[in-house]
Design a protein. Structure first.
Length: 505
């Protein structure tokens, strides 16, 4: 089941590439696009079946597949899914067809290669979320850099090469540190048990010296902090978002950034619980700085896409804060906010892409009065904006509320500073929305802009519906993840209690 979900997009990628024929064949574009979209929809349907068959009361991995790969090194093809990774898999399946749809009329250069990279990227992202073997995880982790590098570098905007190179250099630097730590863990397992292992479940039981645990934790944490991106490792993100095509921005914001927060929860914290709890206040402090800094910088951006990019720095700071609280509410809110951010920020990037396709500019000053010209698009824009600023009855409210509850139980002062980010997000998002959509139409080019097309309705309806559904029926998502979260939190707290106390959690 899981292998089918992971590799189905790669099969579709190869089919789309072959269907494109030799060279750049514009007449084959419809066939290539339909193959890519059909494959992504089948993959999404398969993730929904996975959700349907998932046992919500179990805290253990389910649908496990295990095959020998390189047994002399202790490396296996070992995959599975639990409540922590389930909805990230569904989110990946949900956003990929939307990313393909939003590029339907804006990408016409080498469509077969574009479709190939989008689907290959989906396989790599899904592989990250299902990997239990650390070597396999690292293979998928690095594999997803390649498609995104080309998506930015080939189909991006003016400074695309600079942004693509910066993206891969930052993330590769962190990946090398993590690889060293992964090899070190396998070596430590061999020293303790006589055989090497990359099995995460085996490594959870490994006892390391305090010094070694601290160094290994730092290697993992830096790699994941770059991917989040956590302040001050965030500088690659605005460039990558601004220069990426709309589909690239949707995938980057919706899924790729979650790799960092997922990695902290799945690997860094439970593998090195003593070091994690000792360093959690420092990581949380950086997260709070990122919340406020990202919001303040977003407030002064003249470019809509750059504003949304900096808002991601702020919103993901909340996710990291919830993880550092290491209690049920904080971690549950963090995972829920990962999903919310994928839906809301992905939706914002789609809308900015629609406006950019019409006007070939993303400058806020170039717009104004759009409500009278394209009321349906503005209505969708409003709902997604409200979900982004965590209005009650939208998805963002549930995640931020749980995070703040969990963080308040852990550190009240830090939570008070983080809460200012909620106010600041309302300021920069609503101010941007007001300038773009209200007032008089001062630019004549805006008077004849078309409203939502059928294709754009297909993008907006599921995005808006999911933002509202997650806001009014959160238990469909929170209940299945709760047992796995409790198991992870209890493991971290119980193992590290003699060294760190774990009080107040």
């Amino acid at each position: 089941m899981l292998s089918l979900i992971v590799f189905l997009p790669l099969v579709g990628a190869v089919l789309a590439f072959l269907a494109g024929g030799r060279g750049d064949r514009p007449e084959r574009e419809p066939l290539v696009r339909n193959i890519a979209l059909g494959t992504s929809l089948l993959t999404f349907a398969a993730t929904l079946v996975l959700w349907w068959r998932f046992d919500p009361v179990s805290a253990d991995y389910q649908f496990i597949e295990r095959h020998a790969w390189m047994p002399m090194f202790g490396i296996q093809y070992l995959i599975g899914v639990d409540g922590i990774s389930l909805f990230l898999i569904v989110l990946t399946g949900f956003l990929t067809p939307l990313a393909l749809l939003c590029s339907w009329e804006s990408v016409h250069k080498n469509v077969k290669l574009f479709s190939f990279f989008i689907l290959a990227l989906e396989t790599a992202m899904l592989g990250v979320f299902v990997s239990i073997d650390l070597f396999l995880f690292y293979v998928f982790w690095d594999a997803m850099l390649i498609p995104m590098y080309f998506l930015i570098g080939i189909w991006g905007y003016e400074r695309r090469i600079y942004a693509a190179v910066k993206f891969i250099l930052y993330t590769m630097a962190g990946s090398v540190l993590m690889l060293i730590a992964i090899i070190g863990l396998s070596w430590a397992h061999a020293a303790a048990n006589g055989t090497p292992s990359f099995n995460l479940l085996d490594l959870y039981g490994l006892r390391l010296s305090e010094r070694m645990e601290s160094w290994f934790f730092l290697a993992f944490a830096v790699a994941f902090a770059i991917k989040v991106p956590l302040f001050p490792f965030h500088t690659w993100l605005p460039d990558a978002h601004v220069e990426a095509p709309t589909a690239g921005s949707v995938i980057l914001a919706g899924v790729l950034l979650k790799m960092g927060t997922y990695g902290l929860l799945r690997f860094a914290f439970p593998l090195f619980p003593g070091a994690a709890l000792a360093m959690a206040p420092i990581i949380a402090l950086l997260a709070v700085i990122g919340i406020i800094y990202g919001a303040l910088v977003a407030m002064v951006q003249p470019d809509m896409k750059k504003l949304v990019a900096y808002s991601s720095v702020s919103h993901l700071g909340f996710v990291v804060l919830g993880l550092c609280a290491m209690n049920l509410q904080g971690v549950q809110g963090a995972i829920y906010q990962m999903l919310n951010h994928g839906v809301s920020t992905g939706g914002l990037f789609m809308i900015v892409g629609m406006l950019s396709d019409r006007r070939h500019t993303r400058l806020i000053a170039e717009f104004g009065g759009l409500k009278a010209v394209m009321p349906r698009l503005v209505a969708c824009f409003l709902i997604i904006t409200l979900s982004s600023i965590a209005l009650p009855a939208t998805n963002g409210f549930i995640g931020e509320f749980l995070i703040l509850i969990g963080a308040f139980k852990w550190d009240r002062v830090m939570t008070a500073f983080a809460a200012t980010g909620v106010i600041l997000s309302a300021v920069y998002m609503l101010w941007m929305f007001q300038r773009v959509n209200y007032g008089e139409v001062t630019n004549e080019k805006n008077r004849t802009l078309p409203d939502l097309s059928a294709r754009e309705w297909a993008l907006m309806i599921p995005t808006v519906a999911l933002a509202i559904f997650m806001g009014i029926a959160p238990n469909y998502f929170l209940k299945p993840m709760e047992p796995s979260i409790l198991k992870t939190v209890e493991r971290i707290i119980n193992i590290s209690t003699p060294a760190s106390g774990g009080g107040g959690r």
